[in-house]
Design a protein around this ligand. Structure first.
Ligand code: HEC
Ligand code: HEC
Ligand code: HEC
Length: 428
């Protein structure tokens, strides 16, 4: 009897699995039809103003951050994004007729951004953050397109993706989109008030949630607007929660201070490092004063939530002693003997480690990244010459690095779990 039930269950499961691809493609058909009927007319814009707007949006959307290969021509694509499913290569966005967007129309471009479909109908991988950018207004998409078309065309064919089976199949992607992708769209009138504009910039253009929201095991963002913190797809950094005070809850700042942080990435309460330094240095530092204020207003409206945490076990005494010695010899000269941070030339230069959020995050990943590979804040007009911190991966042994990490996490009132050598080796 129970065996028969098992077999029936199995048969139903198989039938469902066979049904999913069909449903996936039906969903695509439906999406395409709804798109064709819903495509609104772009607002007529004066060409000069439209190009200026497009250039600005490209910066705030950090298109070049992904669409430029290291050392390669800007916007010509070729950079590989590592994901747990394989590597996806960003495309050539210059107006080259064969390799780039040369033959594209504004409608084709809108379809890619809003709908995740290439000009030839191919479904695009969500490593391209269209699940966020789908919320852009048509007028903004048109401005982006108009500006991209003014770039010099670069002859550089797109690199084929290197994805594992079954992720490389378009049917798998259609199923994924059936389950997780919902096109959104915003009308210009909806985003005139500062709070609404801030939300639009954070969610649709600067796509903060693509890093700051957790993903499920299929790589889909969960609770998109909440930004509970997530592991980056290359699994090298974690992006902290933006509403948990012990991670990167933003309520330590006033609206004006947060707006200033967004454009500089530096304050005594938190320095943008690693991928976040890139976001600030390449993108957010170009924010206009009023847009930075609007984003700050929205970010401060996120609910402050401090989920309970277990009290960490104290680090072994021997590890704390070793950590204290390493700290005195290698860190105190810059960060102060009590982790209080130090100023130079009358301005704060070295961040405090007492109460420091990189040190206190649940996951020690970012702290270990900083210790092993150094910390380099973005250079911005508001903070032009960051001091920088040298990498310690060669100067200190694994045991010493883990010990100083544990010491920093459990001194001067800091209370976070101790770090083992094993965790450290994973980062290295
Ligand atoms: C996080 C990295 C990332 C960012 C940021 C990003 N893209 Fe992309 N984009 C990609 C990747 C990867 C692809 C390739 C997807 C594929 O081929 O399935 C892509 C594809 C595209 C395509 C489709 C090209 C084609 O040939 O089909 C367009 C258009 C595009 N991006 C525009 C933009 C614009 C405009 C911005 C900035 C507002 C932007 N992207 C920001 C990663 C990114
Ligand atoms: C490419 C991925 C990525 C994107 C996009 C991104 N972040 Fe981050 N962010 C990170 C990572 C990784 C960290 C952790 C490193 C650090 O502390 O700077 C971080 C840290 C932060 C911090 C904490 C800094 C501190 O030390 O307290 C804040 C605040 C923040 N991000 C805000 C934002 C906002 C707002 C946006 C959108 C405008 C955004 N981030 C977009 C990856 C990203
Ligand atoms: C030469 C000076 C110097 C030394 C030595 C140094 N640091 Fe740093 N550290 C910095 C600077 C400067 C920053 C901020 C990055 C910037 O402004 O460019 C930083 C950032 C950090 C951060 C991240 C702070 C944040 O807000 O996200 C941590 C954690 C940290 N250091 C820990 C240590 C530890 C532990 C040691 C000893 C093993 C150490 N540092 C040694 C200068 C130093």
């Amino acid at each position: 009897m129970s065996r028969r039930r098992l077999l029936t269950g199995f048969a139903v499961l198989l039938a469902l699995l066979a049904l999913l691809p069909t449903l996936g493609w039906l969903h695509e058909l439906w999406l395409t039809r709804s798109l064709a009927s819903a495509a609104p007319l772009a607002l007529p814009a004066e060409r000069g103003a439209q190009l200026q707007r497009g250039a600005y949006l490209a910066r705030i959307g950090n298109c070049a951050g992904c669409h430029t290969a290291r050392g390669g021509p800007a916007y010509a694509g070729g950079m590989g994004l590592q994901t747990p499913f394989g590597t996806v290569f960003a495309s050539n966005l210059t107006p080259h007729p064969r390799d780039g967007l040369g033959g594209w129309s504004a409608d084709d471009f809108w379809r890619a951004l809003h709908h995740g479909r290439s000009r030839d109908g191919r479904l695009l991988y969500p490593a391209f953050p269209y699940p966020s950018m789908t919320q852009m207004t048509r007028a903004d998409a048109d401005a982006l397109f108009a500006w991209l078309q003014t770039l010099a065309p670069v002859e550089k064919p797109n690199r084929p993706h290197e994805l594992d089976w079954p992720y490389r199949s378009q049917t798998a992607l259609a199923v994924w989109r059936l389950l997780y992708f919902r096109p959104g769209q915003t009308q210009p009138a909806e985003i005139e008030a500062p709070l609404a504009r801030g939300r639009y910039l954070v969610q649709a253009v600067a796509h903060c949630a693509e890093c700051h929201a957790p993903r499920n095991r299929w790589g889909a963002l969960q609770d998109l607007p909440r930004m509970d913190g997530g592991l980056l797809t290359n699994e090298m950094w974690t992006a902290p929660s933006l509403h948990d005070a012990r991670e990167a809850g933003l309520k330590v700042w006033s609206e004006a201070q947060l707006a200033q942080w967004l454009r500089s990435g530096w304050s005594t309460q938190g320095v943008a490092l690693g991928p976040m330094a890139g976001v600030i240095g390449d993108s957010l530092r170009h924010l206009t004063e009023s847009d930075a204020r609007a984003m700050a207003q929205y970010l401060l409206s996120l609910p402050a939530e401090n989920p309970p945490r277990a009290v960490p076990k104290p680090a072994p005494t021997a590890q704390m002693q070793l950590g204290a010695r390493v700290y005195r010899d290698h860190c105190a000269s810059c960060h102060g003997s009590q982790g209080q941070g130090l100023g130079a030339h009358g301005t704060p230069a070295y961040p405090a480690l007492a109460g420091n959020r990189t040190a206190l995050q649940d996951s020690p990943l970012n702290l270990l990244q900083v210790l092993a590979n150094g910390a380099y804040a973005a250079s911005t007009p508001a903070h032009p010459r960051p001091y920088g911190m040298p990498p310690f991966r060669h100067a200190l042994s694994d045991a010493e690095l883990a010990a100083v990490a544990s010491f920093v996490r459990q001194s001067w009132g800091n209370a976070a779990a101790a770090v083992s050598e094993l965790e450290l080796r994973r980062v290295k």
